[in-house]
Design a protein around this ligand. Structure first.
Ligand SMILES: Cc1ncc(COP(=O)(O)O)c(C=O)c1O
Length: 492
């Protein structure tokens, strides 16, 4: 666990005395970019700065562990605008991470085993199927900051959220609310709505949604803490995302956990966009429960094996509401005597036997994380996203509006502590055309309603030169989009 490292943030406070998640880097990214530019005697936006940043990047070789899509293979590509053999600018690890090259090998190992020995594969080999999930648990501990007994790899994310809520949400007449962000991911919103309905509760009264202040895009920690302070006595569960899927805001999990628990609430997090992206210390923070998926920053492929965390303090007190045979202790599981010996903690929440083919892809990716370490990845990520922010601000900020028609806003918080890899961009013109033009040029990112384009340079496989190339493609995409909009308005 990261807890052993010297500068791990047990309860780190900043100069204002606020609980923070991780120490800030010694030099802000914009200053690093300027320093390098001055060493090279060039402008900070010069390509040489990107190349120097790549040269100095000790993690750059991890890109070789992944398949990077080529321009020619992307469905919306316009081959008149790009070199078909070049690698695409893949900035969509926030949605689906790239494929580690070892996935195929690991899948083949299990397919071979199946072909050659059939059911004997349950017990032998690198990943005996019966304990397939458990064979890779150790690789997940550093990523979420928990011990093996606190983590289970099972199901999909929303399924895990439901299973956890069934056990953690026990409303009483006095304490019956679930607190969450107003614009939580739809699946979380629906899961919570349906859990409330399951208890016969009135959704309007029991689903406590926190909105950003008027005119603001992201939530202020002080506002979250105020709601907890004022309404905590009636809140049974606080369920926040660790990092918000749309705005890219990273929530202060230790502060929310501490405040919630001080009022007697149970506190859980959906870590879909946080896991593999920022450093997590679930055990030290005392988080009650959490769940995550593995297809985004964890690169395990679409529909990959999800994860769940239950703090060890609950191992013997909070039990699964729904039980299956994989929640039964392994030593007696196959006695088949129908006398449940429940595994304490989250592993008792497992219901079915693990899907070994999904274990393989996650295994391949987690091995890379083990080598790279979350601490080093986060350090690079801060600089990589900081460089992207610097370049966007340089080319498109409001004060350039006189010369450029389109203003690009970054709605993701600018404080390093409040964001991960992703930046969400909003525009003064409709995003439909901009997005189409980006896709034609081999920039893989996504758009989300109402008006955001999400771009996420990922430290495991993206380079600083990717950011540099992205900016040039972005300038050209915006120019084309502006022309299209003018043509469209003349035609109508
Ligand atoms: C924050 C969040 N929650 C839930 C989900 C749904 O995940 P799943 O389809 O794996 O249940 C997603 C998917 O992207 C997500 O981003």
């Amino acid at each position: 666990m990261n807890s052993e490292s010297a500068d791990s943030p047990k309860e780190v406070s900043n100069t204002r005395g606020e609980l923070i998640m991780e120490p800030s880097p010694l030099e802000l990214p914009a200053n690093t970019v300027r320093r390098i530019a001055s060493e090279l005697r060039c402008h900070p936006t010069d390509e040489r700065v990107a190349l120097r940043l790549d040269e100095e990047d000790k993690l750059r070789h991890f890109r070789e562990c992944f398949y990077i899509p080529k321009m020619q293979d992307l469905p919306p590509i316009d081959l008149s605008l790009v070199n078909k053999d070049e690698e695409a600018i893949y900035f969509l690890g926030n949605s689906l991470g790239l494929q580690p090259k070892m996935v195929k090998t690991y899948l083949e190992e299990e397919l071979d085993k199946w072909a050659k020995m059939g059911a004997y594969g349950h017990d032998v080999g690198k990943r005996p199927w019966i304990i397939g999930d458990e064979t890779i648990l150790g690789l997940m501990t550093d990523i979420v900051g928990a011990n093996e007994k606190e983590i289970a790899l099972m199901n999909g994310l929303t399924v895990n959220l439901h299973l956890l809520l069934l056990s953690f949400f026990k409303p009483t007449p006095k304490r019956y609310k679930i607190l969450l962000e107003a614009k939580a991911f739809p699946s979380d919103h629906y899961a919570i709505e349906s859990q409330l309905q399951l208890h016969g509760l009135n959704i309007e009264k029991s689903m406590r949604l926190i909105k950003p202040r008027e005119g603001e895009e992201t939530l202020r920690l002080e506002d979250i803490l105020e709601v907890i302070e004022n309404e905590g006595d009636s809140i049974a569960v606080i369920l926040f995302s660790g990092l918000h899927f749309y705005t890219g805001q990273l929530f202060n999990m230790p502060a929310i956990t501490k405040a919630g628990q001080a009022k007697g609430c149970l506190v859980g997090f959906d870590l879909a966009h946080a896991v593999g992206n920022v450093e997590l210390h679930l055990h030290e923070w005392g988080v009650d429960f959490a769940c995550w998926c593995s297809y985004k920053y964890l690169n395990a492929g679409a529909g990959g094996l999800a994860g769940a965390f239950v703090h060890e303090k609950h191992a013997y007190t909070i039990k699964p509401a729904l039980v299956g045979w994989f929640g039964h202790e392994l030593s007696t599981r196959f006695k088949m005597d129908n006398k449940l010996q429940l595994i304490p903690g989250v592993n008792g929440f497992r219901i079915s036997n693990p899907p070994i083919l999904l274990v393989c892809s996650l295994h391949a990716s987690l091995e890379i994380f083990r080598q790279a370490t979350m601490k080093a990845l986060r350090r690079k990520s801060i600089l990589l996203t900081g460089y992207l922010e610097y370049m966007i601000k340089h080319h498109f900020s409001q004060d350039k509006a006189e010369t450029k028609k389109t203003v690009v806003n970054i709605i993701t918080p600018s404080r390093i502590e409040d964001r991960g890899c992703q930046l969400t961009l909003t525009f003064s013109i409709p995003i439909k055309y901009i997005f189409q033009e980006l896709e034609k040029r081999g920039v893989v990112c996504d758009k989300r309603d109402p008006n955001g384009i999400r771009v996420a340079p990922v430290p495991l496989y993206n380079s600083f030169h990717d950011v540099y190339k992205f900016i040039n493609l972005f300038i050209s995409a915006l120019d084309s989009a502006e022309t299209k909009i003018v043509e469209f308005s003349i035609a109508t």
